[in-house]
Design a protein around this ligand. Structure first.
Ligand code: DGL
Length: 262
């Protein structure tokens, strides 16, 4: 595998663009190929079997594009089936899980809220993660089913969004939570709204920078960091509406980008 090959990154939609942005900043010489599986979103309401099928289809596409590593930029997909995906493919596959550990370690009140999709919070992989830290803090799970569709529609700061966010986090704050984990990559795009509604005493835990660093480490270990100049332009595929994806890219991606059909 040539170190000049691209890195594949995918999500059910635009949430993973927040991870791709962190990768773009940390590894400016790498070419990225992003897949937004918007035609099959939200994953948060699908079964693990369905999500795994989509992960396989997207991985096959990325492998056919010649990528050297894959980032599953979705907590729901990672907790649903990253183990199975890793068992099937030999290239490095990096996932993203809710940042329960840093939240528990940083909490002063010992009460932590985890915001995520309903599916993520129901998976055995997440239960296992939460169990590991349950002795050190009270971990309150808050499924947020309405947020992903709003974020996909680019409703990133409106009264309706603030109302939803308030409804989800008020009960956590009332129980003493001083730390909120953003356990869905989509929520990174509304982190400011969540922080604003929660108030200055509450810390927000995000994971995209840690994921980018982990990717950098894995590539370095495998001697796959691009040693030359960046060769190809980044590419952005969608299984959904290309017109909408172009609007989303215009708003959320820091460079000119055009949607390609998956
Ligand atoms: N962005 C995905 C995550 O991190 C979830 C979005 C969805 O429900 O499709 O969990």
């Amino acid at each position: 595998m040539a170190d000049s090959a691209a890195i594949g990154i995918f999500d059910s939609g635009i949430g993973g663009l927040s991870v791709a942005r962190a990768v773009r900043e940390l590894l400016p010489d790498e070419q990225l190929i992003y897949v937004a599986d918007s035609g099959h979103a939200p994953y948060g309401e699908k079964t693990d079997e369905y999500i795994y099928q989509r992960m396989q289809a997207i991985t096959q596409h990325l492998v056919a594009c010649g990528v050297k590593a894959i980032v599953v930029a979705c907590n729901t997909a990672t907790t649903a089936a990253i183990k199975e995906l890793r068992a099937q493919y030999s290239l490095p596959i990096i996932g993203v899980e809710p940042g329960v550990k840093p939240a528990v370690l940083g909490s002063k009140t010992g009460v932590v809220g985890v915001l995520a999709t309903p599916r993520t919070l129901l998976t055995p992989a997440f239960a296992h993660l939460a169990e590991r830290y349950a002795g050190q803090a009270k971990i309150i799970l808050q499924p947020c089913p309405h947020l992903v569709p709003m974020i996909e529609r680019l409703e990133l700061d409106c009264a309706a969004l603030r109302k939803r966010v308030t409804g989800y986090i008020q009960p956590l704050l009332a129980q003493g939570a001083d730390t909120l984990v953003l356990g869905c990559t989509h929520y990174n795009f509304i982190a400011d709204v969540i922080a604003d509604v929660a108030g200055p005493a509450v810390s927000i835990v995000r994971t995209e920078t840690a994921v980018a660093k982990q990717l950098q480490q894995r590539l370095a270990q495998a001697q796959l960091l691009n040693s030359g100049a960046k060769i190809g332009a980044d590419r952005f595929y969608t299984s959904g509406d290309a017109g909408l994806f172009n609007q989303q890219l215009l708003r959320l991606w820091p460079a000119v980008a055009t949607a390609l059909p998956l």
